[in-house]
Write a protein that binds this ligand. Structure first.
Ligand code: M6R
Length: 397
């Protein structure tokens, strides 16, 4: 059932164009487009009554009751591991597109030191398995401490999961499914990118309902999202053999640093986690601007640095952070836009992806990092799908 792939992880990496497409189709209305909606008449009723069906098609259909969004002041997200990384991208999107202050907490930390309660707060639990003990317990605690307080503190709970039948579904009244299909490899790949897709949809839905973005901008982002499956396909097909070849250069490597900024900082964390999990190489993900506050001391010719440098607000900054690493003899690997002369000058190794707007770049940027981790581990002859000491879902505290 590996369908010709050597490992489930590789098979699941290659399933990503399809599952991203499925997830987008599930939540984005096919009959909503900028042309028809880019006028004030497209703006829905300003004071919708909870439970009312909107009179016009909305761009995103998550199946959530409108009451969840009413007077919303805060979003808090609880998760672990890779789901926590997806949540950090979610925070960026919800804050930047919908303007709602958003906190992301490790469920295992939140359980024993919950933040003071905020009013009108949407709590989102993110767990692909729907069985992670810490995430379930944190959500349960949050539910319990809100029940009985006034209306403004009532729990509003949503779960994002790949398993709609899981324990999570018994705990929260609303589930947003990621439709990634069964993931066997312990390292999360396709469930991660579909969690990202759900966060794009959620942030756009909030932005639409709260009118923080004009419909034309929403349509533009949706058009960009719809391009992603074929762009992912392109990245995977172009880089699969290249990364397989490249992997042998890291036979002796013991440490890696991953740098990213802004919306791609969580992708640096995810790249480092994938590498640690499957190849047992020590790796750290860092916000590129923080490197000079400590980790730069680790750098020498034996420590490769992977920097995610995608065009946008922090592009030049990341390039200059990468140059600081180069000055310490680090081998520089760049996840960069295709055909970019500046990137070609800066990096020793280019893992290039199609040029997309910064907001959409995480889904493409993570692809080469998944392949890098996979090929280094496979080359080392490790049990990629069942790494030592790890389980697919962590059902104990
Ligand atoms: O099932 P969950 O999304 O709740 O799992 C959370 C983490 O245990 C999980 O993401 C873990 O970090 C993965 N092995 C990452 O690849």
């Amino acid at each position: 059932e590996k369908q010709g792939f050597r490992h489930f992880m590789l098979k699941e990496i290659f399933e990503q164009p399809g599952v991203v497409r499925t997830c987008l189709e599930a939540y984005i209305s096919s009959d909503w487009s900028a042309g028809e909606n880019d006028s004030s008449s497209a703006i829905p009723d300003q004071n919708p009554v909870a439970g009312d069906t909107p009179s016009i098609t909305t761009p995103i259909q998550l199946g959530l009751p409108e009451s969840l969004y009413e007077n919303l002041e805060h979003v808090q997200i609880l998760a672990c591991g890779t789901s926590w990384h997806a949540s950090l991208v979610g925070k960026y999107l919800i804050e930047q597109l919908a303007g709602i202050p958003t906190m992301v907490q490790y469920a295992s930390e939140f359980r024993y030191a919950p933040s003071p309660l905020t009013r009108n707060t949407l709590t989102i639990g993110v767990t692909q398995s729907g069985e992670t003990a810490d995430t379930l317990a944190a959500l349960e605690m949050e539910k319990r401490r809100r029940i009985g307080l006034g209306q403004e503190y009532q729990p509003r709970l949503v779960g994002i999961t790949n398993r709609s039948e899981s324990s999570l579904a018994h705990l929260v009244p609303h589930i947003i499914e990621t439709f990634a299909g069964m993931e066997i490899g312990v390292a999360a790949t396709k469930t991660f990118v579909t969690q990202l897709v759900v966060f794009y949809c959620l942030a756009l839905d909030l932005a639409y309902q709260r009118q923080t973005l004009p419909p034309s901008r929403i349509a533009e982002i949706i058009a960009g999202l719809r391009q992603l499956p074929s762009q992912i396909e392109l990245v995977l097909s172009r880089q699969e053999h290249y990364l397989e070849e490249l992997a042998h250069e890291f036979d002796e490597t013991q440490d890696f640093i991953f740098l990213g900024r802004g919306i791609n900082f969580p992708i640096a964390l995810e790249g480092a986690l994938k590498l640690k999990e499957v190849s047992y190489i020590h790796a750290e993900g860092y916000p590129a601007g923080e490197m000079k506050h400590g980790p730069i001391a680790l750098l020498d010719s034996k420590v490769p640095v992977v920097a995610i440098a995608m065009p946008g607000t922090v592009y030049e900054k990341v390039l200059s952070n990468a140059q600081e690493a180069k000055a310490r003899d680090a081998r520089l690997i760049g996840v960069t836009p295709m055909h970019d002369p500046e990137a070609a000058q800066t990096f020793d190794i280019l893992l290039s992806v199609p040029v997309v707007e910064e907001l959409l770049s995480p889904i493409l940027a993570v692809m080469p990092l998944q392949l890098l981790a996979y090929h280094i581990a496979a080359r080392r002859g490790l049990d990629v799908d069942q790494p030592r000491n790890l389980a697919k879902s962590v059902t104990v505290e």
